[in-house]
Ligand binder design. Sequence first.
Ligand SMILES: NC(=O)c1ccc[n+]([C@@H]2O[C@H](COP(=O)([O-])OP(=O)(O)OC[C@H]3O[C@@H](n4cnc5c(N)ncnc54)[C@H](OP(=O)(O)O)[C@@H]3O)[C@@H](O)[C@H]2O)c1
Length: 177
Amino acid sequence: MTNRPRVSVYLGVSLDGCIARPDGALDWLDPFNDAAIGDYGYAAFAASVDALVMGRTTFDTVLGFGAWPYEGKRVVVMSGRALPEGAKAERAQGALAPTLKRLHDEGVRHVYLDGGALVRQGLQEGVVDALTLSVMPLVLGAGRRLFDDSVPPLGLSLVESRAFPNGVVQLRYQLRR
Ligand SMILES: NC(=O)c1ccc[n+]([C@@H]2O[C@H](COP(=O)([O-])OP(=O)(O)OC[C@H]3O[C@@H](n4cnc5c(N)ncnc54)[C@H](OP(=O)(O)O)[C@@H]3O)[C@@H](O)[C@H]2O)c1
């Protein structure tokens, strides 16, 4: 019995564990956006979630893309600041557990947890169930790292690994309890 939805993380990372350049730029992912390769399973993953819970930096980045990519999905932004007028998202703050419980009470069964700091918070709170990391064949050197000293030791079971012709390796893990 659980009183929270299943929580999955799906991120693109450099070989040295970065999810963004120091200024937040994601341009280094662009060369791997390749129609010949496909979407690395993203659409199927996105279709499997009922809601997204994301950090404010990630939300602001997505707003900068222009078109809102989460039409029809419930989106919760964890932030200490009000969202812009007309945002197609709701805001929450503080611990993830109460937000996840509320979503579960409202029928959400699978959450896509997105961000950097917020994913680390989820790992700290022990509420992450699965991690899909698509490892790009490059070293960024400087960047915003996914894992830092705030993350507790984690046992992981490898569920699947897929290597793509362009050198991307996708690792799908379940967290061991
Ligand atoms: N490579 C990829 O696949 C990928 C995927 C997603 C994101 N990214 C990028 O990675 C970077 C992540 O940045 P980030 O580490 O700053 O991550 P983030 O988790 O998206 O945002 C962190 C911010 O969200 C707010 N926040 C987070 N948890 C909160 C909580 N529990 N309560 C209240 N507010 C909370 C705080 O902002 P406020 O206090 O200001 O509200 C905090 O500074 C971004 O550049 C993003 O674009 C990359």
